[in-house]
Design a protein around this ligand. Structure first.
Ligand code: ATP
Length: 353
């Protein structure tokens, strides 16, 4: 277990700045997900932690020790990539034992650890199979096992599940979490999939365009996004964001949404333009609700209904229980949003107010 400190970390490639002013402390044994869209600088950050890239600015420290210039082999990190690098001519057992052999671990200890990791990752029945010919799902599981078995104090995973199928991904999310609970490594996990980050991480670091936008627990970033980017990126569907204007209502300030009506009373710092945010799950159909929008599409997916809504310049989504009575496509719906669920953002900076 190691504490990782990223201190004003930055990386440029020629004129292009891939990462700027990254400040993040990852506690011993913590599972942190670096989450953001393609090109936001996640892998660049990860490669610098691993020692495959040198920072242009700032410092990386492991347990207080500066790591800049330290070769990868001496950092004690295990790294799993999107493209598993497995020795296909070897058996599953030989692949799992490879790193331990290289470290000179005894035969009995190797056998014990390989057995343990194989069981954890459901590879026991495949131990004597050659890796060539195994499915992509199994190969990725093996790649994770091969890195985990040497028990690195830091475990880095860069989109390890992006090549595996959806059903298997759900299983692997559980297994990676139990792997970390068992070995208590400090884990850094790169993903563009908010569901992976939300379900596995202790804390999520949301990034965009080479910048760290917010760090928090999954529930913090879901409930209190620091800006509209995080609000949209976290949650499926993401937060609804409607341009409005704070005006004085009969019982205090409300957000005027033009043709769509207005919000209930809000706590607002003043009047003027604002972005009105609410989660699709917080739409409460109500014949007397102050907001009205047209239904442009009705998606019924098992236990839930997703309504696509539009009115004037506004678009939004609502997630409702399957039993909710809703008008058909083309109809109108009135609804309210509980005051506690309203999130307001500055119209200019798009930061949370
Ligand atoms: P992805 O999931 O697509 O890999 P990412 O968030 O991991 O996205 P990075 O791989 O860190 O993004 O890349 C960040 C930016 O830096 C991208 O615009 C990328 O094109 C650029 N970049 C990365 N490596 C280099 C390099 N060696 N030379 C020039 N530009 C690079």
């Amino acid at each position: 277990m190691t504490e990782i400190v990223l201190d004003n970390l930055g990386k440029s490639f020629g004129d292009f700045t891939a990462l700027k002013d990254m400040n993040l402390t990852i506690a011993q044994g913590e599972f942190v997900a670096l989450l953001g869209p393609s090109g936001c600088g996640k892998s660049t950050t990860m490669n610098m932690i691993a020692g495959m890239l040198e920072p242009s600015e700032g410092q990386i420290r492991f347990d207080g020790k500066p790591m800049n210039g330290m070769p990868m082999a001496r950092r004690g990190v295990g790294f799993v990539f999107q493209n598993y690098a497995i020795f296909t001519h070897m058996t599953v057992r030989e692949n799992l034992a490879y790193g331990l052999k290289a470290q000179g671990v005894s035969r009995a200890e190797t056998q014990r650890r390989v057995g343990e990791i194989a069981q954890l990752l459901q590879l026991t029945d495949l131990l004597d199979r050659r890796a060539a010919g195994l499915s992509v799902n199994i190969l990725q599981r093996l790649a994770i096992g091969r890195s985990a078995v040497v028990e690195p104090s830091i475990f880095l995973l860069d989109e390890p599940l992006s090549n595996v199928d959806a059903a298997f991904r759900a299983v692997m999310r559980q297994e990676l979490k139990s792997l970390q609970r068992q070995f208590k490594q400090t884990m850094v996990y790169v993903t563009h999939d908010q569901l992976e980050a939300m379900t596995m991480a202790d804390r999520i670091a949301v990034m965009d365009h080479g910048k760290l936008l917010q760090v928090g627990t999954p529930i913090e970033v879901y409930n209190h996004p620091a800006d509209t980017f995080v609000a949209r990126f976290i949650g499926a569907p993401g937060m609804n964001l409607l341009d409005g204007r704070i005006t004085g209502g009969d019982s205090g300030p409300v957000v005027d949404l033009g043709a769509a009506g207005h919000s209930g009373p809000v706590t607002a710092p003043g009047t003027g333009p604002v972005i009105f945010g609410f989660r699709p799950e917080e739409v409460h159909p109500d014949p007397n609700g102050p907001i009205q929008m047209a239904i442009t599409m009705v998606e019924r997916i098992g236990a839930r209904i997703i309504l696509h809504l539009a009115e004037g310049p506004h678009v939004a989504k609502a997630v409702l229980d399957a039993e909710t009575q809703v008008p058909d496509q083309g109809g109108m719906i009135r609804f309210s949003v509980p005051a506690a669920s309203v999130r307001l953002f500055d119209a200019q900076t798009e930061r949370a107010l």
